[in-house]
Design a protein. Structure first.
Length: 313
């Protein structure tokens, strides 16, 4: 009996030692994140990520993580067109207006990257499923996408790579700013971003994502004071009030075919034709799925490409 007992001990000891080592490794790889709803712990490398904002999807994919679930992009029932080459087979688990909690749970997430607009009640429910990361960026600021991206990257254990992505955007914007400075006078730089909807054009807040990139390349993003505090856009303007958004540059964003059709109809109106920016041929049609809806490093590079193509032909 003594011999049998002795021969079993080495295996038990090794198992105990392995458990201690794994515990130490897990603790060393535990990250404590500061979020809108307090501290959240994330362990190891998440494998099943659900992204509940367009910025979270963009950031995760840019960091090499394809979410198992995501929200539908505004104006469509799937991911944004620019994301399609990067993310295949992602389950849609709701919209910006309504989360499908059952669909989220069905994806068995080990990490949830949430929108800053997530309510406390939604957070309470989802945080019982998996660590849920809600950025503390409810107030609009042009650089919120960087703050949110860094938080998501910390949760994904990809902090260094996120810094590289942000630096790449900043470097490209700075280079483009130098080019535009040599080409255009200082008084020739006012720009509006307008989302064109079937019910009319809506001016986007000058503190939003795309406006920040316009500022980074040396343009002067404006919203003409038409927007209520901390709202993403104005109420729809009538064609008679289009003069309020006349400027040096006008970036017209549409989300879907309905918006594009409404824009084409507006172009035939005398009110649109009278705009100085139209007569100077400085109206630039852009994809609203990343100009007025998404955020993140991939969307940022797309916006900069559009600016470069339009202003540096």
């Amino acid at each position: 009996m003594m011999i049998a007992t002795v021969t079993k001990w080495p295996g038990r000891v090794m198992a105990l030692l392995l458990g201690v080592v794994l515990s130490v490794v897990a603790q060393a790889d535990t990250r404590v994140l500061e979020t809108a709803y307090g501290q959240v712990k994330v362990n190891g490398q998440p494998k099943r990520v659900v992204a509940l904002s367009e910025g979270a999807v963009d950031t995760a994919v840019a960091l090499g993580v394809t979410p198992v679930g995501a929200l539908a992009t505004r104006g469509t029932d799937g991911l944004a067109r620019y994301m399609e080459p990067h993310a295949k087979g992602v389950a849609i688990v709701g919209t910006a207006r309504e989360l499908n909690l059952e669909a989220i749970v069905a994806q068995r997430p080990d990490l949830i990257l949430a929108s800053p607009q997530m309510t406390r009640e939604q957070y309470r429910l989802l945080s019982s499923v998996a660590p849920t990361i809600v950025p503390d960026t409810a107030d609009m600021k042009q650089d919120n996408w960087k703050v949110e991206g860094r938080l998501y990257a910390q949760a994904l254990n990809q902090t260094a790579k996120m810094e590289e992505l942000i630096e790449a955007v900043d470097a490209r914007a700075a280079q483009l700013a130098e080019t535009l400075k040599a080409r255009y006078a200082d008084e020739d730089r006012t720009a509006y971003v307008v989302r064109w909807m079937p019910q009319g054009p809506m001016v986007m807040n000058s503190q939003m994502f795309a406006a920040g990139l316009l500022e980074a390349v040396g343009l002067k993003a404006s919203d003409a004071g038409l927007i209520k505090e901390n709202r993403p856009h104005s109420d729809p303007l009538s064609l008679e009030n289009l003069g309020r958004i006349d400027s040096d540059w006008l970036f017209l964003a549409t989300l879907n075919e309905e918006g594009q059709a409404a824009l084409e109809a507006a172009k035939k109106s005398s009110a649109f034709a009278r705009l100085n920016v139209v007569q100077r041929d400085r109206v630039i049609a852009v994809d609203g799925q990343y100009w007025s809806s998404a955020t993140g490093p991939l969307a940022a590079q797309k916006v900069l490409s559009d600016i470069e193509a339009a202003l540096v032909p």
